[in-house]
Design a protein around this ligand. Structure first.
Ligand code: SF4
Length: 379
């Protein structure tokens, strides 16, 4: 029988400073909790290990927050627990997220010694005035230094996150960012359109009329520019916001989009297992109390119906450039998916939002711009 494989996500909810656009579960100023939180993560890993003893971990992703903010000894404690209590596949992709300005020689060499083989660095923009506007703690030269250091320590699989649609960002700024990023010999680029969320600094400024969102046309022009340049430079687009050199797609995220199962550890971490989606409380103290009591506190918990699972399969699959193979999904769900969504697919084809090649449907260029319009057809 084929071995069951899982992704493992570990959330580190601490940052040096809250960025102006960020609505992720992450908090500055909780240094006093770092050690106890690490203990809770270790306890949760140990507590949950028996449930997953029959499965092997194929990807590990330490995300945040800013995991690289923690003293490396905490990451060592966490990963030593993973290695002691879980079966890890030999070719496991193991990623840590980092922020320029929080990396140093000791951390990078500890990460390598732990088998971390993929580094994700939040660059966001190459202009210090935009980094400042975003509330980032680093400058562009901090990114360059972090990258040099990472390469010196043997990291060859490196992602940079960049953002477009930043208020006051010009098309020329974006051209500069895209072109500079292409000169760094990276393997992966994540390229996101800024969304101004309620409850963030940007959200409040917007409510007060003090911040103007980028107009849609410029936002799309920036996106198309990046897609074009990345593709010319050998970064194939494989998801709406993700680009990779051959064989360097992020396997951990591919598992999400392909609806593979994964375990989430830490405050706010989501899990998907046995058709059940659940999430730990994102409140750090509440999370730690739950673990201490031996009962993780959940903020979400739902078992998916067949209809909900199919809907997810279509929506997540369409995020990927390879699209959705209707015959394969039909086999998996035991019904004719082409028939089930016949009207919806015909509508999307007529609007040129998706294209069909044999059994496979995928987003067109227009569909990539209007992905949410496509997705609602499968809800
Ligand atoms: S570093 Fe990342 S997680 Fe932390 S506040 Fe900024 S955007 Fe949010």
């Amino acid at each position: 029988m084929e071995q069951k494989t899982l992704g493992l996500y570990i959330h580190i909810p601490f940052c040096k400073k809250k960025c102006s656009y960020c609505d992720f579960p992450s908090w500055p100023g909780l240094e006093d909790y770092w050690e106890a939180y690490t203990g809770s993560v270790v306890d949760e890993l140990v507590m949950k290990a028996p449930e997953f003893s029959h499965a092997a971990i194929k990807t590990i992703f330490i995300g945040g927050g800013t995991p690289s903010l923690l003293p490396y000894q905490y990451i060592v404690r966490i990963l030593d627990t993973v290695f002691a209590h879980y079966k890890i596949l030999p070719d496991c992709e193991s990623t840590i997220e980092s922020n320029p300005g929080t990396l140093d020689e000791n951390k990078l060499s500890a990460y390598r010694a732990l088998g971390i083989n993929r580094l994700s660095i939040g660059l966001q923009a190459c202009q210090n005035r935009l980094l400042n506007k975003l509330g980032r703690i680093h400058t562009f030269s901090d990114f360059e230094n972090a990258l040099d250091l990472a390469k010196k320590h043997g990291f060859s699989n490196i992602n940079a996150d960049i953002i477009f649609g930043i208020p006051d960002q010009t098309f020329e700024d974006w051209q500069e960012t895209v072109n500079k990023v292409l000169h760094f010999d990276l393997t992966h680029i994540s390229c996101y359109s800024l969304i101004i969320e309620e409850g963030t600094v940007f959200g409040r400024l917007k409510e007060e009329g003090l911040l103007h969102e980028m107009d849609e046309e410029l936002d799309r022009r920036m996106y198309h520019y990046a897609v074009e340049l990345f593709s010319r430079a050998g970064f194939a687009q494989y998801e709406i916001s993700n680009f990779a050199k051959p064989d360097y797609q992020c396997r951990h995220n591919m598992n999400y989009w392909e609806r593979g199962e994964y375990i989430g550890i830490g405050a706010g971490a989501h899990s998907f297992y046995s058709n059940r989606r659940y999430a730990n409380s994102s409140d750090v103290l509440s999370y730690m109390k739950g673990i201490c009591e031996g009962r993780p506190r959940l903020s979400e918990d739902s078992s998916l119906s067949a209809e909900e699972s199919l809907s997810e399969k279509m929506i997540l699959g369409l995020r990927l450039n390879k699209g959705v193979d209707l015959a394969q999904v039909s086999g998996e769900f035991g019904l004719d998916v082409g028939k089930r969504y016949q009207k919806n697919i015909e509508f999307l084809l007529s609007r040129k939002l998706v294209e069909r090649s044999g059994d496979v449907i995928s987003l067109t260029k227009l569909g990539l711009d209007l992905a949410n319009t496509v997705f609602v057809q499968f809800i």
